[in-house]
Design a protein around this ligand. Structure first.
Ligand SMILES: Nc1ncnc2c1ncn2[C@@H]1O[C@H](COP(=O)(O)OP(=O)(O)OP(=O)(O)O)[C@@H](O)[C@H]1O
Ligand SMILES: [Mg+2]
Length: 249
């Protein structure tokens, strides 16, 4: 059975058809990319998958559970967590406090560590991700890269089965992108399924096994990175001249 099964999703905003008949499935342990031009519907798709938007029609099955009518926190409790294209820092808190907030969700309490070990778990996550020396730092003082790392760290507290990352490399240097890539691969080695929206194609393509391409609310192609960069529809809709940058045959 697929971990995520998306069937014929439609979503419109007034007269704008943001998603049109989106179908795909993702298996446990996969690393999947989603690419496409600005406004293609990528973030809207994440909003539907994570319970922030109800689709007009269609269904999303998460590990066999229909998420129809579920609130975002209930979707988190079923094992799907997401990050945001624009980081959502908890300003006014320390890094430690920002990490404690998601630990109140049912899933974290049910399958996370006991409350007495909670601080250790947080320290462990932050150390692994490279924020071990920022525990008592105010979130307001973190730079863009640290905020992205903190967003990913917060998701770990909820022990997701599947993590959706919306442009995790946005605004980061090549070195910082490399660090987050290593982190993503490590999480995947431990069994986490990942779906990643990115415009930084060179970095993304090295990270994923399968990619879906969206354009004007539709999924226009799906395949391996090499298949996608050679697909005439994908080149016309999105890649254009950028194909040569990617270093894929
Ligand atoms: N809440 C909303 N209300 C009205 N229109 C919306 C809303 N959210 C998204 N849209 C529109 O839906 C379309 C798809 O937007 P979406 O943010 O999903 O694109 P995207 O593929 O994530 O683009 P980008 O690469 O720029 O992040 C766009 O035309 C956008 O303006
Ligand atoms: Mg987006």
């Amino acid at each position: 059975m697929s971990l995520l099964e998306v069937k014929s999703i439609f979503k419109s905003f007034g007269g704008l058809q943001a998603l049109r008949d989106i179908n795909f499935s993702i298996h446990q342990g996969e690393r999947v990319g989603i690419i496409g031009p600005n406004g293609a519907g990528k973030t809207t798709l994440f909003n539907v998958l994570s319970g922030f938007y109800a689709p007009d029609s269609g269904s999303v099955l998460l590990d066999g559970h229909d998420i129809r009518g579920k609130k975002p926190y209930q979707v988190v409790n079923l094992g799907l967590t997401r990050t945001w294209q624009l980081v959502k820092p908890f300003l006014g808190m320390t890094v430690m406090e920002a990490m404690i907030v998601p630990s109140f969700c049912h899933r974290a309490r049910a399958i996370g560590t006991s409350s007495s070990r909670q601080k250790e778990e947080i320290v462990e996550i932050l150390t692994k991700i490279g924020l071990g020396n920022k525990l008592w730092e105010e979130v307001d003082n973190l730079n863009q890269s640290e905020l992205r790392l903190l967003d990913i760290s917060r998701t770990m507290i909820t022990h997701p089965k599947i993590l959706l990352l919306d442009e995790p490399f946005s605004g980061l240097s090549r070195k910082e992108t490399g660090n987050i890539s290593q982190m993503i691969l490590e999480l995947n080695r431990r069994g986490l399924t990942l779906v990643i929206i990115e415009h930084r194609l060179k970095e993304l393509m090295k990270l994923i096994q399968k990619v879906m391409v969206m354009h004007f609310g539709e999924k226009i192609a799906e395949g391996t990175p090499t298949e996608m960069v050679n697909d005439p529809k994908v080149i016309q809709a999105y890649l254009g001249e950028r194909k040569s940058e990617l270093g894929l045959a």
